[in-house]
Design a protein. Structure first.
Length: 560
């Protein structure tokens, strides 16, 4: 029987590594006349006191960039000496190298520091001979034994080991990433004694056998990861870890040179799903969100594209798309202060009927858009009109439920009577109301007033700790509890802007069975969203916007 011997990889904190490479990539200080001060001492093994021969002792100036001013290598008694120094302040780095037996001991910024910034400074007076002795701890070892689900192994695995102390990550990362081409991945990592959390990341998430990123032990968020504490010279062998197959997830990016052209790219994608039904196109201001927020769910309800325009002029790409679509009716969301009459005239020139729906303020505009598109509705979403993240998070979910999104002043003590009338039995006849966002954005007073509407049976608040958590909670509520179809899709839009998510919501609702739209950071996907993907069996993701808006980190489902 052949045994696989783990490959032992030596971990160095990034700041330590910078010190290791300093003599290669950083020029020494300018030449000067020999000084009269010196630093000398011994380097021994902690505990045993054994002298360590061949250790590199390097002296640096105390400020960045790293500037090497002197060095020596310990002799058989562990002694070193760096003479001819000017009076001044210095920091000392002790490097054991990459080969055993010295590599069994931990390099350090004296004393026992993992970074240049935290290293002790030494003040040398003229002609002073300073004695600095160092005791090096034996390195600890963390070994991993990873098995792919169903014996699959066609992936590139990166093992990250994060130092973890008092709730703070200290920045260990690495492992180099290497091809995992056998059923079992076995490796071993040298680290300083301490407490760690271990993460496994598939560097090729779109490969034939892709794996979910996860932390030891079988969890997907840093907060739930298991702490591993290992002492000097000790080895912590993780029990066998089985990674779950992510499955093939394809992706497609819908993007233009700007938000207006991105909305056009989204509109053109309707053709892939049988084209927009009916004869409507919605147009909203692409630089001003309030009047546009309720237009997205209204457009989605009518399976109509939502195009964006500048307030004072109609972009050429949008005009051309209207000519291509040839809708019977274009609905402009907002008054003349938001979308000017010159824009309306430009649309009039290429479309038979143009209708402006705008009220005295964003809340009246919201109600008017809802009244126009929804003769009735069993469900309705309520969101603050003072900001866009929560309303955007609700757009695709509202479309899934054929529900409007109605904006309110979330800081008010109650919903206005006009909104209550719209929701009640004399209006839409809503029975189930969903509030997008926590109490900080829509007050409990507003919630209580909604509960008092004659037709309303349930009022459910869907709010998280931030905009991304709220997006997740809304999608969990609406999509996981319903059939999402065999060919499940999901849409991503950046959570710090409104335009791309606004235009993308109608397309998300046009997918077979409808698709969720997640607002995410620009460069990664929250781990809880990736967990939800597994439940939903997502097979394709759609990215709304170019790489300046959503980086390839989102495309590759890099977790955060």
């Amino acid at each position: 029987m052949t045994q696989t011997r783990p490959l032992r990889r030596r971990f160095l904190p990034l700041a330590v590594l910078a010190g290791v490479l300093g003599s290669l990539i950083i020029a020494p200080a300018a030449a000067h006349a020999a000084g009269t001060a010196s630093i000398s001492g011994t380097v021994t093994a902690a505990g045993s006191g054994t002298p360590l021969e061949g250790v590199a002792v390097q002296l640096y100036l105390p400020t960045a960039p790293l500037t090497l001013v002197g060095s020596d290598t310990t002799d058989s008694s562990g002694a070193y000496s760096i003479p001819d120094l000017d009076a001044g302040t210095y920091k000392l780095f002790i490097y054991t190298g990459a080969l055993p037996p010295l590599s069994d001991y931990q390099s350090e910024w004296y004393p026992s520091g993992n970074s240049f910034a935290s290293a002790t400074t030494f003040d040398l007076a003229e002609s002073e001979a300073l004695q600095v002795d160092a005791e090096l701890e034996a390195e600890a070892t963390i070994s991993v034994n990873v098995v792919g689900e169903n014996g699959q192994s066609d992936a590139t695995l990166q093992v990250y080991i994060y130092g973890y102390d008092a709730g703070v990550y200290t920045g260990y990362a690495g492992g180099g990433g290497r091809t995992w081409d056998t059923p079992t991945f076995v490796d071993s990592y040298s680290v300083p004694a301490g407490t760690y959390r271990v993460r496994f990341v598939d560097q090729r998430p779109d490969g034939p056998n892709s794996y979910r990123d996860e932390y030891y032990d079988d969890v997907f968020s840093a907060e739930d990861a298991v702490d591993i504490t290992v002492g000097p010279g000790e080895t912590f062998a993780l029990p066998t870890v089985t990674l779950s197959t992510l499955g093939p997830v394809t992706n497609q990016r819908l993007a233009g040179a700007n938000r207006y052209e991105t909305a056009v790219a989204v509109s053109q994608q309707f053709d892939s799903f049988g084209g927009a039904e009916g004869s409507y196109v919605y147009v909203a201001n692409g630089a001003n969100y309030p009047d546009a927020l309720s237009a997205g769910p209204a457009a989605a309800h009518r399976n109509a594209p939502l195009l964006l325009t500048e307030g004072g002029s109609l972009p050429t790409a949008v005009r051309n798309e209207l000519i291509r679509l040839q809708p019977e009716t274009v609905i402009i969301a907002g008054g003349t202060a938001v979308v000017s009459n010159s824009v309306k005239s430009a649309i009039d020139a290429v479309v038979d009927t143009v209708v402006r729906i705008g009220g005295a303020n964003r809340y009246e505009t919201s109600r008017l858009l809802v009244e126009d598109a929804f003769p009735s509705a069993e469900n309705a979403f309520i969101a603050t009109g003072a900001n866009f993240p929560d309303a955007l998070a609700a757009t695709a979910a509202a479309a899934k439920k054929s529900a409007p999104v109605i904006l309110v002043d979330g800081t008010a003590s109650s919903a206005p009577s006009a909104t209550r009338s719209l929701i009640g039995s004399s209006g839409l006849g809503v029975t189930d109301v969903y509030i997008a966002g926590g109490t900080a954005v829509v007050s409990n007073g507003v919630k209580a007033s909604l509960e008092g509407i004659d037709s309303v049976e349930n009022v459910t608040r869907l709010g998280g700790t931030d905009r991304y958590a709220t997006s997740l909670i809304i999608n969990e509520e609406v999509f996981v509890t319903q059939d999402v179809g065999d060919d499940a899709n999901a849409f991503f839009a950046v959570g710090t802007g409104f335009a791309d998510a606004l235009a993308g919501a109608p397309l998300a609702s046009a997918q077979p069975g409808s698709a969720p739209l997640f607002t995410v950071p620009r460069n990664c996907v929250p781990e809880d969203v990736l967990d939800l993907f597994a439940t939903m069996n997502v097979e394709k993701i759609w990215l709304l916007g170019g790489t300046a808006v959503l980086t390839n980190g989102v495309r590759n489902l890099s977790s955060c």
